[in-house]
Design a protein. Structure first.
Length: 70
């Protein structure tokens, strides 16, 4: 039962963190509009792939996870 409780505490913390990030994300002006992000617009079609944003967020999350693991 102890590991089950820890799982739900961690899951709750993850949901809290994701909710907080989604709440403050629109206030970060550069997020999603970096020079490496791909945006293709045609008449009836729009394709957006945030490549540079994904790479930067991945690096930040990797550093944070490695700091908390040690």
């Amino acid at each position: 039962m102890n590991s089950f409780a820890k799982f739900f505490l961690i899951l709750g913390a993850v949901f809290f963190a994701v909710g907080f990030i989604l709440m403050i994300a629109p206030r970060i002006p550069w997020l999603g509009r970096l020079p490496g992000d791909i945006l293709i617009r045609r008449k009836n079609f729009t394709f957006y792939f945030p490549l540079a944003t994904s790479v930067i967020l991945s690096i930040i999350l990797t550093v944070l996870i490695n700091l908390f693991r040690k």
